[in-house]
Design a protein around this ligand. Sequence first.
Ligand SMILES: *[C@@H]1O[C@H](CO)[C@@H](O)[C@H](O)[C@H]1NC(C)=O
Ligand SMILES: *[C@@H]1O[C@H](CO)[C@@H](O)[C@H](O)[C@H]1NC(C)=O
Ligand SMILES: *[C@@H]1O[C@H](CO)[C@@H](O)[C@H](O)[C@H]1NC(C)=O
Ligand SMILES: *[C@@H]1O[C@H](CO)[C@@H](O)[C@H](O)[C@H]1NC(C)=O
Ligand SMILES: *[C@@H]1O[C@H](CO)[C@@H](O)[C@H](O)[C@H]1NC(C)=O
Ligand SMILES: *[C@@H]1O[C@H](CO)[C@@H](O)[C@H](O)[C@H]1NC(C)=O
Ligand SMILES: *[C@@H]1O[C@H](CO)[C@@H](O)[C@H](O)[C@H]1NC(C)=O
Ligand SMILES: *[C@@H]1O[C@H](CO)[C@@H](O)[C@H](O)[C@H]1NC(C)=O
Ligand SMILES: *[C@@H]1O[C@H](CO)[C@@H](O)[C@H](O)[C@H]1NC(C)=O
Ligand SMILES: *[C@@H]1O[C@H](CO)[C@@H](O)[C@H](O)[C@H]1NC(C)=O
Ligand SMILES: *[C@@H]1O[C@H](CO)[C@@H](O)[C@H](O)[C@H]1NC(C)=O
Length: 353
Amino acid sequence: MQLSYFTLLAAAATATAATLKHVNYGAFTQTATYSVANQLGFFTAYGLNVTYLQVPNSTYGYAQVLNGGYDIMTGTIDNAVNLRFNSNSSLTVTGQLDQGPELTIASIPSITNITQLKGKSLMVDSPVSGYAYILRKVLGLYGLYLENGDYTFQVVGATVTRYVDLINGTLPNGTAVYATIFTYPFTSESKVLPNATRPNILASVSDFINPFTSSAFTIRTANLNNGTTRALARTFTAAMYSANKYLADSNNKNASISAIAKQLNVSTAAATSAYTSATDPTTGETSSPGGNFTVNRQGILNVIDVRSQFGGFNTTPHFNYAEAILPGKGKLIDYSLRDEALASLISYTPTTA
Ligand SMILES: *[C@@H]1O[C@H](CO)[C@@H](O)[C@H](O)[C@H]1NC(C)=O
Ligand SMILES: *[C@@H]1O[C@H](CO)[C@@H](O)[C@H](O)[C@H]1NC(C)=O
Ligand SMILES: *[C@@H]1O[C@H](CO)[C@@H](O)[C@H](O)[C@H]1NC(C)=O
Ligand SMILES: *[C@@H]1O[C@H](CO)[C@@H](O)[C@H](O)[C@H]1NC(C)=O
Ligand SMILES: *[C@@H]1O[C@H](CO)[C@@H](O)[C@H](O)[C@H]1NC(C)=O
Ligand SMILES: *[C@@H]1O[C@H](CO)[C@@H](O)[C@H](O)[C@H]1NC(C)=O
Ligand SMILES: *[C@@H]1O[C@H](CO)[C@@H](O)[C@H](O)[C@H]1NC(C)=O
Ligand SMILES: *[C@@H]1O[C@H](CO)[C@@H](O)[C@H](O)[C@H]1NC(C)=O
Ligand SMILES: *[C@@H]1O[C@H](CO)[C@@H](O)[C@H](O)[C@H]1NC(C)=O
Ligand SMILES: *[C@@H]1O[C@H](CO)[C@@H](O)[C@H](O)[C@H]1NC(C)=O
Ligand SMILES: *[C@@H]1O[C@H](CO)[C@@H](O)[C@H](O)[C@H]1NC(C)=O
């Protein structure tokens, strides 16, 4: 019997699908690196079938990392700092993804400056999360203090939810909302909305705290100590690194913008704005020292500094933060997975239209 070309092609595709390794990836936002990796075939080239799991809020997201629900996640490094130093959670940061692209304070259209937030309620993920501390830091520089009752917090969830609520002007139960922290890509998405609903961007966090390490690859420590789960995370890291390098190359600008537009289902205008912030040398996904997911030392020191200003640590009086952020096996930051990933890259060039 003679097999047709198409039968062979179909057989090859089935074999590939069957051999792809499944990864449960938890994330707060669909970053540009993820968009490029997913849309331009990096995950498949690395033999992975990645399921993106939207983190609804940080409490739930980090519990999923710790119980194995997510094989790996990207989340703000402040959460890992908090869980490690305050609760001795068995979490490890394997690299930095970004330094807070599009980290802004956004408000409903009728509010046009920070001082107008006096007396208002501000939406946060958690009142003890890094972004809540950032809000307190910036508002404090405008003379507004949570502890003095100048404003209050509404605990709402991740940016994906806060964005919808801010645009709507209310929580689902009808309670009015006024302002919140936005992250990538929501600042870009908000900029192209019609005037009547378009939020005002009151401040960019990088004008106040800079550098600031934000999204970081985070894994439960047990996954690093298990050959199977470690290999999976290593391959995922290699695919993300390859996509990140592709994103960083300005020759790939159009293809990256198309990937972002397709992943986020947004206009080219919004995707172009998102691309610009994802490749911003100060805050973007291509800003890590060495361009290789290394954590910016001053960036994490600033995270610790902001958290400590608001009593966000219950560590012992002589806790040595400077020592605790040094990378190494068993430490908060461990680059060994990243190093193995960089030593196992494959050659892959996406075909683009
Ligand atoms: C990835 O896995 C999902 C769920 O198991 C499946 O529906 C999908 O077809 C797989 N994709 C590929 C490319 O194998
Ligand atoms: C966080 O998300 C989980 C899962 O969706 C939900 O059950 C929980 O109520 C949420 N917590 C907060 C504080 O919103
Ligand atoms: C923190 O956790 C590690 C590993 O789980 C354990 O060895 C250590 O004793 C714990 N430290 C404290 C202070 O509980
Ligand atoms: C901010 O808004 C308040 C109230 O409308 C106004 O008094 C103040 O002048 C504004 N400040 C700036 C810097 O625009
Ligand atoms: C949007 O706002 C209306 C009131 O203007 C409210 O009834 C509705 O529940 C809100 N929807 C969401 C998704 O928040
Ligand atoms: C509306 O929802 C918020 C957030 O879940 C809650 O804090 C608030 O109490 C609710 N308000 C009413 C009137 O139910
Ligand atoms: C919308 O806002 C822009 C600038 O913010 C302004 O130039 C434009 O005239 C506004 N359009 C309408 C219809 O109000
Ligand atoms: C290592 O991880 C795999 C995949 O989750 C699991 O099946 C296996 O039991 C783990 N091995 C140990 C020793 O925990
Ligand atoms: C990229 O897109 C712009 C705008 O659509 C177009 O003018 C340009 O020719 C494109 N460049 C490449 C290399 O395709
Ligand atoms: C993409 O967005 C458009 C409108 O902006 C919407 O109609 C469509 O359903 C969305 N597609 C997906 C897959 O979400
Ligand atoms: C990553 O970049 C840092 C900072 O430039 C450099 O010290 C380190 O050697 C690099 N590591 C790898 C594995 O490329």
